[in-house]
Design a protein around this ligand. Structure first.
Ligand code: 4AD
Ligand code: MG
Length: 508
């Protein structure tokens, strides 16, 4: 018999259907067993009642452990109080497999990260991971819809490449039938060739960087979306980045409310994409970062000092709250109230830990911002400090040539600067997009390839794009996982992709 997905229960209220899935959680009473079932499409409550079932079926239900797989036949009942808004009253049960000692608890935060990462193949089943990866899927669909709706053609760049794109330090090298090859850092150079054929294209593929550091925002394998547009300058590029980011985030706000709620995402913060994205030059950004220049009356350094003071007083308040609750528990209270307060204390402790981390970090961030050397690239904390004074994502343009790639177009009359642009997400999420207008002059490109110490032979094909009908063009790259991280409001990229590949992690 065909089964019904939990996401379709709304169309089956009052009907007897069969659902198939796994035990997410279970509570066992004498007369009733409540099983929270997940089937991939959603979550629902299954009620097994001793009064309604024959003994064998009720006994079978009694043995349901976490992640056991089963089919249930029963009536769909609307119940606002239940997860998903429905429950199913069991009439029949068929067990596929009783799972023994499933190694991940419902509350996954009780495990260390390593325990979870080692079991990523199972961890994917947890509610939080389910929500994150459904948002990832929404983002992917929104990206395709956006570009397809604007007449872009999706084209694929090769993964094996004979040349670097973004600098040689983090290239993965491999053997290609006896020749040295690299696995792609970026599809951009091929994207430029394809844009000269199709006008507006985007690539959507895996990219690889040998980042030998364990940071929350670097993966060794990540997915990049790289649009490239003929006859676009960097202004038009920035218009496109802004419209694109707004479209993708807005789609998630519209279609993924349940998932965002599971993640506890502060929706109001994401709504900032609906505002105009401020555009600041690199030089202005440095003045803002170092506190020389204010934004809407806000000084970046002062704001950090205020955040630090707020964190300190927050810690004191929460400590007092914990002490009060502990005293009240000691004085005696009913079991339910005690449980509630104990859970609250655990939550308060983790909030304190976060504030303590802020207290350790902010002084370092302030020092780094104040001592920022003009001409350097932004560090992680510099992006956090800079974006904190804005209420929307920020675009920083016109970068020092020496921190950016060889292909970026020089600013007219000032070869020390290039027409690059980074999109910085607020609240510490940092760089999401990097892009630029591309150099069109054959002479300048040849000089830049030499200056960057890149092998000219490998770029001959690329230089042909400037020999035959060179036109102004621009494009950008979105790191998919960085976008997922920001939309979901999570700390680490390891949770934004089904099977992360990063320094020190090849299994599972
Ligand atoms: O700024 P990047 O290096 O730019 C490029 O690769 C250009 N070729 C893009 C273009 O103009 N077509 O990388 C683009 C984005 C970054 O903004 C970031 O979101 C993401 O890719 N990214 C990473 N994501 C995860 N792990 C890493 N190691 C990443 N490195 C870059
Ligand atoms: Mg970049």
């Amino acid at each position: 018999m065909a089964h019904t997905y939990i996401s379709d229960f709304k169309d089956h209220v009052g009907q007897t259907i069969t659902a198939k899935g796994w035990v997410y959680n279970a509570r066992f009473g004498k007369a009733n067993i409540f099983v929270e079932m997940r089937d991939g499409s959603g979550y629902t409550q299954c009620v097994f009642s001793a009064d309604d079932l024959d003994e064998a079926t009720f006994e079978a239900a009694k043995k349901l452990t976490r992640e056991s797989s089963f089919a249930i036949t029963g009536k769909v009942v609307q119940d606002e109080r239940q997860v998903g808004g429905y429950e199913i009253h069991a009439e029949q049960l068929e067990v596929y497999d009783y799972a023994v000692d499933y190694p991940i608890k419902v509350n996954e935060t009780e495990h260390g990260v390593r325990h979870l990462a080692d079991r990523r193949h199972l961890w994917l089943r947890s509610k939080r991971q389910w929500a994150i990866l459904r948002i990832r899927n929404e983002i992917i669909m929104a990206i395709h819809d956006f570009f397809q709706g604007q007449g872009f053609v999706q084209m694929d760049a090769p993964i094996f490449t004979g040349n670097a794109c973004e600098g040689t330090t983090d290239l993965f090298e491999t053997d290609f039938f006896g020749e040295t090859a690299y696995i792609s850092q970026s599809g951009q150079l091929y994207g430029e060739a394809m844009a000269m054929a199709q006008g507006k294209i985007y690539t959507f593929g895996p990219t690889f960087r040998a980042e030998r550091s364990d940071t929350p925002r670097h993966l060794a394998e990540f997915w990049m979306i790289e649009p490239e547009m003929a006859f676009f300058d960097n202004e038009m590029n920035m218009d496109m980045i802004e419209k694109f980011a707004r479209h993708v985030v807005s789609r998630c706000l519209e279609n993924r409310q349940t998932e965002l709620q599971i993640l506890g995402r502060d929706i109001e913060k994401l709504e900032s994409v609906k505002q105009v994205f401020p555009r600041v030059s690199y030089d202005d950004a440095i003045d803002i970062l170092t506190g020389k220049k204010e934004v809407n009356g806000k000084n970046a350094i002062t704001v950090q000092e205020e955040d630090l003071a707020a964190a300190k007083s927050g810690i004191e308040e929460k400590k007092k709250d914990i002490a009060d609750r502990e005293a009240a528990i000691k004085a005696g209270m009913k079991k339910g109230a005690r449980k509630f307060n104990e859970a609250k204390i655990i939550a308060l402790r983790s909030e304190i830990a976060e504030l303590e981390e802020a207290c350790r970090n902010i002084p370092k961030w302030i020092a780094s911002a104040k001592n920022f050397v003009h001409g350097e690239d932004f560090g992680n904390s510099d992006e956090t400090v800079l974006t904190r004074v804005f209420s929307a994502p920020v675009m920083v343009y016109n970068w020092p040539a020496k921190v950016k790639a060889f292909y970026m177009k020089e600013v007219d009359g000032d070869p020390n600067y290039v027409k690059g642009v980074d999109l910085l997400a607020p609240d510490g999420y940092g760089e999401i997009v990097g892009g630029s207008e591309r150099e069109t002059s054959l002479e300048v490109l040849v000089r830049k390839i030499k200056e960057h110490d890149l092998p000219m032979e490998a770029f001959e094909w690329y230089l042909d794009l400037r020999r035959f009908g060179s036109v102004p063009h621009a494009g950008f790259g979105l790191g998919l996982e960085r976008m997922v991280r920001w939309v979901c409001g999570i700390h680490h990229l390891r949770e934004t992709i089904p099977f992360p590949r990063r320094y020190g992690r090849l299994l599972p």
